[in-house]
Structure formats: structure tokens, C-alpha cells
Design a protein around this ligand. Structure first.
Ligand SMILES: NC(=O)c1ccc[n+]([C@@H]2O[C@H](COP(=O)([O-])OP(=O)(O)OC[C@H]3O[C@@H](n4cnc5c(N)ncnc54)[C@H](OP(=O)(O)O)[C@@H]3O)[C@@H](O)[C@H]2O)c1
Length: 284
């Protein structure tokens, strides 16, 4: 009997690779995304153990329909991988209220919508695993990434509380924090940043510098398999870690963030991103 797992945001990047990896490792995988057309790549992969499911994590009716489809298949979910995510980038002052909402609706409320929908069944069974895909940005907030970083900080906080609430019910909760990973996400973030580089933007020069540094991040990063392997560990270990960082080299940055005073980390940020070259012009 294969254990069943639902992976959200499986049409691309980390979710797609995780769905395939878990199926190869013997899981029955329900791979979810908003459009079934985008899940076509997965058909026939993973030893035939992947089933595409249409689900928009911001739409509770769509979540309900997907879970009905999964249970009609006879599968009691053992695991949920909350991976679906978007990134809203830009200066905190200038990002519109609707973009702030879009960010939280997917990365925070969407994640909670799906989690709350699967928990009654997991609690009844007295077992289950929730794996939340956070980010290194859930601990380290870069400039012009504050909207996204704050949503991932929220994922860190709610995952801690959830882990403690669910421990007596046999449901284990982990956060997997990717650093830069080479997926289409980087391109989407570049497009977001480009919206704030126009001449009238109060932060345009800073955003241009940051954008140039950011552009090198994803293409030079490892592929999503490092994240998929961490997810697999979180789903299968007797005692899964509360947190995984992938790739592991990002642990050095997290240690710096945890141990060094902000005055130092702020200076490191400026140096690394090139933002130390920015000098505000004095107004006449
Ligand atoms: N790549 C990185 O460097 C990186 C670093 C840290 C954390 N992460 C996190 O890793 C996760 C996956 O990112 P990725 O790099 O794989 O990005 P990606 O390639 O852009 O994939 C994002 C996935 O999320 C899905 N999605 C977006 N909005 C959704 C919604 N409302 N309902 C359902 N699915 C939705 C997309 O599906 P459709 O649009 O097809 O529906 C897509 O499958 C995200 O949570 C991201 O924050 C990524």
C-alpha cells in the first residue's frame, strides 16, 4: 500500500520535481496546480504513481473539490506539501495594497486553507506529515523583498505553533527553507522588480542595483532536487527536523543572521548586493 501525499504548486519548479521525486521513492502523489493543462508534463512519470489535481489554494471551493476527488480515489492523505507560492517584490512603500493581499492570499492564507482542510482526516487517523515550503527569506529579509519575506516569516511562525499543537495527535510539521533555487521563480521576481525601476520611482536607482545582483542568483543556483530530498526526509524520518535548509550552504547565512548584530548584517547586505554604491542625491 503506497502512502499518499498532496503536493501543491506542482506544475513547475520545486513542486514538480518534488512530485516526481516522491513518486520515484514510492509515494502515491497527488500533484496540484491551478491549471490541469500545466500538469500534463507529469503524466506517465514516477512509475505512474502521480495523479494531477486541479486546485487554487486561494479558493476554498477548489480545495474542497480536489480533496473530494482524492478521497473518491480511495486515498487517505498521509502527507501534505504546502509548496504553492508567488513572490511580490518591490519597495514596501510602493507595493500596492492589492499586491500585498495577493502575496498573503497565496503564501499564507492559501497554505492555511489547504492545511485546515486536510487536518481533520489526519487527526482522526492519528498520523500525518505537513511540510511547509518556507524560504531563507523567512529568516533573512532582503531590501525590496519585504512583502515576500514577511509572508515567509509568517510561515515560520505558524509552523512552530502548528507543530506544537499537532504533536499529541501524531501529525508532524516541518518547514523546508530553500535558498536561491534555479526555477522559473527567479524570472517572475525579476519582472516584479522591473516594475519599480521607472524614472518616477523613489527607489528606482536602488532597485536597479538590487535587481542586477538578484539576476545572478537563480541561474547560478542548484536545481530543485535538493529541496525535494529535504521534503522526502521530512515525510519519512521517524523524527523529522522542524526545519531543513536547502542547499545546506545557506546555513552559513542563517548563522550570521542569528549571531551577528544588525549593524553588521546590514553592512554585509549592502556590500554583497552592491547597494553600498548607492548615494542618495541631496535635494536642492
Ligand atoms: N526558487 C527559489 O529560489 C525559491 C526560494 C525560496 C523559496 N521558494 C518557494 O518554493 C515554492 C515553489 O517555488 P518555485 O521556485 O518552484 O516557483 P515556480 O516554479 O514559480 O512554481 C510555483 C508554483 O506555485 C503554483 N501556484 C502559484 N499560485 C498558486 C495558487 N493560487 N494555487 C495553486 N498553486 C499556485 C504555481 O502553479 P500554477 O501557476 O501553474 O497554478 C507553480 O506550480 C514557493 O513557495 C516559493 O516561495 C522558492
Amino acid at each position: 500500500m503506497y502512502r499518499s501525499v498532496l503536493v501543491t504548486g506542482a506544475s513547475s519548479g520545486i513542486g514538480e520535481t518534488t512530485a516526481i521525486h516522491l513518486a520515484h521513492k514510492g509515494f502515491r502523489v497527488f500533484a496540484a496546480a491551478r491549471s490541469s493543462g500545466k500538469l500534463k508534463n507529469l503524466s506517465g512519470l514516477g512509475g505512474g504513481r502521480i495523479s494531477p489535481v486541479t486546485m487554487d489554494v486561494t479558493d476554498e471551493a477548489s480545495i474542497k473539490n480536489a480533496l473530494t476527488e482524492i478521497s473518491a480515489d480511495g486515498s487517505a492523505l498521509y502527507g501534505l506539501v504546502n509548496n504553492a507560492g508567488v513572490s511580490v517584490m518591490g519597495p514596501i512603500e510602493e507595493v500596492s495594497a492589492s499586491d500585498w493581499k495577493r502575496q498573503y492570499e497565496t503564501n499564507v492564507f492559501g497554505l492555511m486553507n489547504v492545511t485546515r482542510a486536510v487536518l481533520p482526516q489526519m487527526r482522526r487517523e492519528g498520523r500525518g506529515r505537513i511540510v511547509n515550503i518556507g524560504s531563507v527569506a523567512g529568516r533573512i529579509a532582503a531590501p525590496f523583498q519585504g512583502v515576500y519575506a514577511s509572508s515567509k516569516h509568517a510561515v515560520e511562525g505558524l509552523s512552530d505553533a502548528l507543530r506544537r499543537e499537532l504533536e499529541p495527535h501524531g501529525v508532524k510539521v516541518s518547514v523546508v527553507r530553500p535558498g536561491f533555487i534555479n526555477t522559473p521563480f527567479g524570472h517572475q521576481e525579476q519582472e516584479e522588480l522591473a516594475r519599480y525601476t521607472g524614472e518616477s520611482g523613489a527607489y528606482a536607482e536602488q532597485v536597479k542595483i538590487y535587481k542586477e545582483w538578484h539576476a545572478k542568483g537563480h541561474p547560478n543556483a542548484p536545481g530543485p532536487l535538493v529541496v525535494a530530498e529535504a521534503v522526502h526526509h521530512a515525510l519519512t524520518a521517524d523524527h523529522p527536523n522542524s526545519r531543513y535548509t536547502a542547499p545546506k550552504k545557506m546555513l552559513a547565512y542563517l548563522a550570521l543572521r542569528n549571531l551577528a548584530p544588525s549593524a553588521i548584517t546590514d553592512r554585509v547586505f549592502k556590500k554583497v548586493t552592491g547597494l553600498d554604491a548607492y548615494k542618495k542625491e541631496k535635494s536642492a
